[in-house]
Write a protein that binds this ligand. Structure first.
Ligand code: MF3
Ligand code: CO
Ligand code: CO
Length: 254
C-alpha cells in the first residue's frame, strides 16, 4: 500500500517525538478522571485545550482540514473522529475513545484510549479489552525486517477469532513534524506483505475494532465515522518508533 517514501527519523528527531509522545500520554491521563456520567464531550475538549496550551503545546486536530475541535471524542457506535459537543452528555454504560495529538516543539504525539463510563455491559467491556490487546499484538510485531502486513495480520487474526471485525477505512500512519504521512498502517493484512520496517521509522498503530460489521459511514458533518449497523466500536492508539532491535512506544508517561 502506497509508493510514497518513508522518512527515517534521526535520534534527535525521535527524542523530540518522545517528548511530544510523553505529553500526549500525560494529557490522556489528565483527562481520565473527567470521564464520568454527566460530563459533556465539549467539557473534556475544553479542558484538553487549556492543559495543552499551559504546557506550551498546540492541539494538532484544531483546524486540521477544517476539524473544529482540539481532540476527537468517539462514543459507542462512533468509530473515530467524533466531534466534541456540549449536547453530548456521557451516560452510565457508554464507552468513549479520546484521541489526543499535541504538537510540542514542532513534533506530534498521537495516542488514544477507550474509556468505560460507569459500568458498561460485559459485551462492551470485552470489546474494549480485545481492542487494547489488538494494539499490543500489533506493536509486538514491530522490529527491523518485519513487514507492515505482519502488524495488521496479528491484529486481524486475534480480533476475528474473538468474533469482532477490523475497520478498513481508517489506518495507522507515519507521523513526525507532519500529522499524517507514509506509511499507511492497515489493521488487517497478510504476513510477509507490505513495506519492510527499518530503524528510524515512526508511525501509529490505532486499531478500530467493531462488534458487528467493519463497515463505516461518515456523517454529513464530514468527520464523524459510525458503524453502519450502529453496533459498538472501540479504539486504542500509540505512536511507535522502530528501533535497532525492536520497538519503542513513544506515547508513554514519563
Ligand atoms: N488523531 C487522529 C489519528 O489518530 C486524527 C484526528 S484528525 C482530526 O490519526 F482532524 F480528526 F482531528
Ligand atoms: Co493517529
Ligand atoms: Co490519534
Amino acid at each position: 500500500m502506497g509508493s510514497e517514501r518513508i522518512t527515517l527519523l534521526s535520534s534527535r528527531e525521535i527524542d523530540k517525538m518522545r517528548q511530544a509522545g510523553h505529553l500526549a500520554a500525560e494529557l490522556l491521563e489528565y483527562l481520565a478522571p473527567m470521564v464520568k456520567p454527566g460530563v459533556s464531550t465539549l467539557e473534556i475538549n475544553d479542558e484538553a485545550e487549556r492543559w495543552t496550551q499551559a504546557k506550551g503545546a498546540r492541539s494538532a486536530p484544531l483546524g486540521y482540514h477544517g476539524f473544529p475541535k482540539s481532540i476527537c471524542t468517539s462514543v459507542n457506535e462512533v468509530i473515530c473522529h467524533g466531534i466534541p459537543n456540549a449536547k453530548e452528555i456521557l451516560q452510565d454504560g457508554d464507552i468513549i475513545n479520546i484521541d489526543v495529538t499535541p504538537i510540542l516543539n514542532g513534533y506530534h504525539g498521537d495516542c488514544s484510549r477507550t474509556f468505560l463510563v460507569g459500568n458498561p455491559s460485559p459485551d462492551a467491556k470485552r470489546l474494549v479489552e480485545v481492542t487494547e490487546k489488538c494494539l499490543h499484538l500489533g506493536i509486538a510485531e514491530v522490529k527491523p525486517g518485519a513487514r507492515i502486513g505482519d502488524i495488521g495480520a496479528a491484529i486481524q487474526e486475534y480480533a476475528e477469532a474473538q468474533g469482532f471485525s477490523v475497520v478498513r477505512d481508517f489506518v495507522g500512519h507515519g507521523i513526525s513534524h507532519v500529522f499524517h504521512t507514509a506509511p499507511q498502517v492497515p489493521h488487517y493484512g497478510v504476513r510477509g506483505k507490505g513495506k519492510k520496517l527499518k530503524p528510524g521509522m515512526v508511525f501509529t498503530i490505532e486499531p478500530m475494532i467493531n462488534e458487528g460489521t467493519h463497515e463505516a459511514v461518515v456523517l454529513e458533518d464530514g468527520w464523524t465515522a459510525l458503524t453502519v449497523d450502529r453496533k459498538l466500536s472501540a479504539q486504542f492508539e500509540h505512536t511507535i518508533a522502530v528501533t535497532k532491535d525492536g520497538v519503542e512506544i513513544l506515547t508513554l508517561k514519563n
